[in-house]
Design a protein around this ligand. Sequence first.
Ligand code: SF4
Ligand code: SF4
Length: 379
Amino acid sequence: MNKKSKVILLPCNSYREELVYENLETGLELLGSLESIVGKEESVLLKPNLLKKAEVDKAVITHPVIVGMFARLMREKGYQDIILADSCGNGTTTKVIHGTGMDTYLDKFDIPAIDYTKGVHVENPDGIQAKEFVLPAELLERDCVISLCKMKTHALERITGAVKNSYGFIYGFHKAKGHTLYPSADSFARMLVDLNQYVKPRLYIMDGIVAMEGNGPGSGDPAPMNVILMSQDPVALDSVFCHLIHLKPEMVPTNYHGEKMGLGTWKEEEIELLTPGGPIRMEDAVAQYGNPYFDVDRRVARSGMWERLAKALNIFQKKPYIQSDKCIRCGICVKSCPVPEKAVNFRNGRENPPVYDYRKCIRCFCCQEMCPEKAIHVK
Ligand code: SF4
Ligand code: SF4
């Protein structure tokens, strides 16, 4: 029998420092120790979710206490060479973390936060969807990456968790370009799987103490899930996230393709779920820690033929739209749109909200992710 993928479920109902620290410590012990995953002599990059500048309690970014307590733990264990960075959706690492408290922890534990400065083109001949990437030079210099992801919903992929967090490895504006290269949920998911297989984060830790539901990943609502999840298998970790929110794991493209492409498994029978109290069956974990009311898209996807037809006729597709009374005309959505001729633009002048041209829109939902006012919804 093949070895199962271990996922650690740590019940944790607040961001109190000592509670988070103890849970992270216990989780690493259940995984077999941090030292068995990362050598102390290795150079490490910590990769939180730093989508954009947002107040911490909005649940947009990985909570600073998760980052801070993991940094403390690494330092106490004697890890020397650690940096933190993300290729943010809007802004840079240092700008996004400034004033969140994450910057204070990093100063305290002497961990530099890096703004990526240079993209390097790398070939990925083994990739199934993506044969090349442009990755930050500072990332490629590191021996090892640890992903500190956030539990959130996502308009394109239903959820963003462990697998999707890796999109922040793509350098700068190449992230926007990626949406035009891989415009469908399936092609984007396969590219993400290729990317995870290229970068190979050694460990994924998910902040699910307060998750984001609804209009995620940037404009949803905070939803306490009271868990931290840990795994070396990002697909298995995302699968447990799905179970907890009553979403079939195989309905998430990154899970479906992640399993097919050998990144990991979403299958319950191939996952060993552990808590500090011992092993737990998935159904018991769902009963104890799950939330059936978590606001996530659980609708069944249309078959390939119907999807293609809907696309060709531009009907029955999810669409972003702007709630005009919330719009402050900042133009961030226009700037974020990766379509060169801009599918969202100030067509009626700067004094009015931007307007969509759905014939040009590839439904990447970058505009919805980046709107600072939660003015863009997907329906
Ligand atoms: S990003 Fe949001 S607030 Fe800014 S112009 Fe677009 S819709 Fe309006
Ligand atoms: S309008 Fe929004 S959803 Fe459409 S292509 Fe531009 S950023 Fe993507």
